[in-house]
Each structure stands twice: as C-alpha cells, then as structure tokens.
Design a protein around this ligand. Structure first.
Ligand code: BMA
Length: 318
C-alpha cells in the first residue's frame, strides 16, 4: 500500500512565490504530472490564482521531495488554429516516448472538456499537437510505448452529470492512433463498481510496464452525499491492455489527513504523477522498484506517497 511522506504536503500554495502578475497569492496547487527528466524529478503543477485561472507551472527536484518551482507559468504554443475557446488546461499526465515528452491534459472549452496532446523536448514550453476527439472526455494518459504498432492511450468519456454541473464518468476506454492526431476508441477497459469505493473512475498517471502486466493507478469516486476521491490499482494484459488481469478490491490511498479532507474540494486524493526507480532497456520496471506517487489533495495541496511495484501488484489481487 502507499505510505505518506512524513513531511506532507510536499507542495502548498504558500510555496509558490512569484511576482508574475498571474501568480501572486495563489489559492491552490494540485494534480501534478510527473516524470524523470535527466537527473531530476520534474512535476507540472496545476496552479490556481484568485481569479480561478489555471496555470501550469514547472517544478524540479533532485530528491523528489524538495522542489524548486518556476516563477512563471509554462507557455503553450501552436494553439491558434484550434477552433475552440479554451478556458483551462489542467491535470497534465506526462509520458516519455523515445526522446520526446508528451503531455495529455484536460481542456475546458464551451460546454465540455476535451483532451489536448502536447509535446516538448525540454519543458521550456509545450507545443500543441491537437485534440484526441470532439467528445466530452477527461483523464487521458498515453502509454510509454507503441502497442501492436500503434500509439495507445486510456481515456474516460464524461457521461453522467452530477448535480453540481460537473461532468464525470464511470468507464475507462482504450484508444489507439497511428499518428497521435487521429484517435480511435477501441475497447472498454473497465467500469465503476456501484455501491463501492470506485463508482466513477478515471486513469491516474500513465500505466507502468511490469513483467506481470501493465500496472495502473486509477482514481475512484464513491458518490456519497459528498463524493470521496481515492486511488486504487489494476493490472492489465501486456499485449492487450484493455484486458483486466486483476483489479484491487480496496483503495490503496484515501483522504485521511486533514489537508486531504479539507480544502477547496473536500475529501480528494487525486493521483496524477508517478516515478519509478529504474526501467530496463525493454521498458520493464523491476518488481522491487520504489514508486513515488504525487497526488492532488483536496484540490489545494500536493502530497507524496511511496510504495513498491511488488506491493501494488499484490494489491491488485483480492
Ligand atoms: C475531477 C477533476 C479533477 C479534480 C477532482 C476533484 O472531476 O476535475 O481535476 O481534482 O474532480 O475536484
């Protein structure tokens, strides 16, 4: 299971010190994408100011605990041709394929949310490649390698409408693409389990390749009077990742600390960034590898929790 770092939260709104006009006295920092970038652990933070603008801010660290946070938001390029008004770009998930880093992020446009795909070599800016489709969708993650000679991703179409007007969904789909531009929804991967911890679901960080299968941390929402966001694990077939080998019965992280239970959205742990110790030449992570999970807490702070590949694989089996 996950163990929280003893000095959590590792990033708080007060850690963002900047004189940039959009980054003064910020309200929240949460749901970071994460990746190993050279010797550093790099996070893309979701930052909100008092105008409830969303900014993406880069943070880097040598030890995964002490972060140096940029004093300006990351710049996006290539978005001028998009025929939509984009209000917010958020919840980035980062994947490295060969020498390019890709970021899949939610984009709020008029009446719905789309998934945008961006690329970068060095995180100085993010170049927009396009949207994955026209449908209301969120929680998109790109696999770190091609599967069956195609780029592969999970996404989570937004369907059910909860009272607040927020759209959510209860099914993760597998999609594939030849060129990263045109995506086809291919297979249903898994659905929410009514009455249990994961009634609505969405992918967390990008899946990790292990010798036992693709390991994915996902988020599940118990749709109580007040929704509870938790993290769980599932193991998927290596060649056909839409096939579930085994799915954990219990969550592996749930809101328990005060800063996870209290904030702008209460009772939320939202896993988005995951770093493993070592990956071999074929992309496999060793079962003894430590995992660092970076997650949003109550849509206000960032927490760090650790585990190992083996512990999480074990947690996939009832
Ligand atoms: C989800 C997403 C996340 C957010 C979570 C809890 O639907 O919007 O960005 O962290 O709700 O508010």
């Amino acid at each position: 299971m996950f163990k929280r770092y003893f000095k959590n939260p590792i990033i708080s709104p007060k850690d963002i010190l900047s004189s940039h006009p959009e980054m003064i006295d910020i309200s929240s920092v949460f749901n970071p994408g994460g990746i190993q970038f050279g010797n550093k652990i790099l996070l893309l933070l979701r930052v909100q100011n008092r105008g409830r603008d969303t900014l993406i801010v880069r943070a880097t660290s040598d030890d995964g605990v002490h972060f140096s946070i940029d004093n300006q938001p990351i710049k996006f390029s290539g978005m001028d041709n998009l025929d939509e008004t984009v209000f917010h770009i958020y919840d980035p998930r980062i994947t490295k394929i060969e020498n390019t880093y890709f970021v899949m992020a939610a984009m709020d446009v008029v009446g719905k949310c789309l998934l945008g795909l961006f690329k970068t070599e060095d995180f100085s800016s993010l170049e927009f490649l396009g949207i994955t489709g026209e449908e209301d969708n969120r929680n998109g993650v790109l696999f770190p390698e091609k599967i069956n000679r195609k780029y592969a991703s999970f996404d989570r179409p937004n369907k059910s409408l909860v009272e607040s007007g927020v759209t959510t969904g209860n099914a993760i789909w597998y999609s594939e693409s030849d060129d990263l531009k045109k995506w086809d929804s291919k297979e249903l991967v898994m659905e929410g389990r009514l009455h249990y911890w994961d009634e609505n679901i969405g992918a967390g960080p990008p899946p990790i390749k292990t010798h036992k299968g693709w390991l994915m941390v996902y988020h599940g929402i118990a749709m109580h009077y007040q929704p509870i966001y938790q993290a769980g694990v599932v193991l998927l077939d290596l060649d056909e990742p839409w096939k579930v080998i085994s799915r954990g019965r219990y969550n592996v992280l749930e809101p328990r600390e005060m800063w996870e239970m209290v904030g702008q959205v209460p009772n939320v742990v939202f896993p988005t960034g995951l770093i493993v110790d070592s990956v071999d030449d074929n992309g496999f992570t060793n079962s003894s590898s430590e995992i660092k999970l970076y997650y949003g807490a109550a849509d206000t702070h960032i927490g760090l929790a650790t585990s190992t590949i083996q512990e999480l694989i074990d947690a996939c089996f009832p």
